[in-house]
Design a protein around this ligand. Structure first.
Ligand SMILES: [Fe+2]
Ligand SMILES: [Fe+2]
Length: 200
């Protein structure tokens, strides 16, 4: 079984199978969106470190991920340059914005961390699922291999965010929050039509 199967990732809603066909005819768009996703993954880890500098395990776990995500951005950008693509402007990320709207408001900053880690884990899990689809469904062999590497890497990040949450909140609380967020994510996906020019 692949490391990115939905059953392992826990995702409730499989991606619409038409998505990979749409993506394969808009490679420049998908690579551009992917490049920005990797940038956002790096900045999200930096912002967690800035917000929770007193949490040593968090700083230790996320510091190398910043470097790794930035490395991913550089890999995508290198691939884009090879193809003569331009980076262009950052796009509105409806998927992430809708997830963020569900963050509980007015709770202590230490309780907020649980939800922030769940959102990061979800984005990694969904990215991992999408990379698997690209690694299986794209026509070009080089790109299929390219996306296989990303799939493996984001699966590790998904686990890392869950494990990190368990260090601060304990197994049961993380389990409950994760199930709640899986449902939220499924509802978010239902609100979004599959777009071949977006990673999510
Ligand atoms: Fe990444
Ligand atoms: Fe990641």
């Amino acid at each position: 079984m692949s490391t990115a199967d939905n059953s392992i990732l826990g995702l409730k809603m499989p991606t619409d199978p038409r998505w990979v066909d749409l993506a394969s005819i808009s490679l420049e768009e998908i690579l551009t969106d992917h490049a920005f996703c990797e940038q956002k993954a790096a900045t999200q880890c930096i912002s967690l470190i800035q917000r929770y500098p007193d949490k040593v395990e968090l700083v230790n776990a996320l510091s190398p991920v910043v470097t790794e995500e930035w490395g991913h951005f550089r890999m995508v950008w290198a691939e884009m340059k090879k193809r003569g693509y331009e980076l262009g402007k950052q796009r509105k990320d409806d998927y992430v914005n809708l997830l963020l709207q569900n963050e509980p408001k007015g709770i202590p900053v230490d309780d907020k961390l649980l939800h922030k880690l769940m959102i990061c884990a979800l984005i990694e899990a969904r990215s991992c699922e999408r990379f698997r689809l690209l690694s299986e469904g794209l026509e070009e062999e080089a790109l299929r291999k390219f996306y296989y590497k990303f799939m493996v890497s984001e699966a590790g990040h998904y686990r890392m965010f869950i494990d990190l949450a368990e260090q601060y909140y304990g197994h049961q609380q993380v389990r409950d929050a994760w199930h709640q967020w899986l449902q939220i994510e499924a509802n978010v996906l239902l609100q979004l039509a599959p777009r071949g020019d977006r990673m999510h």
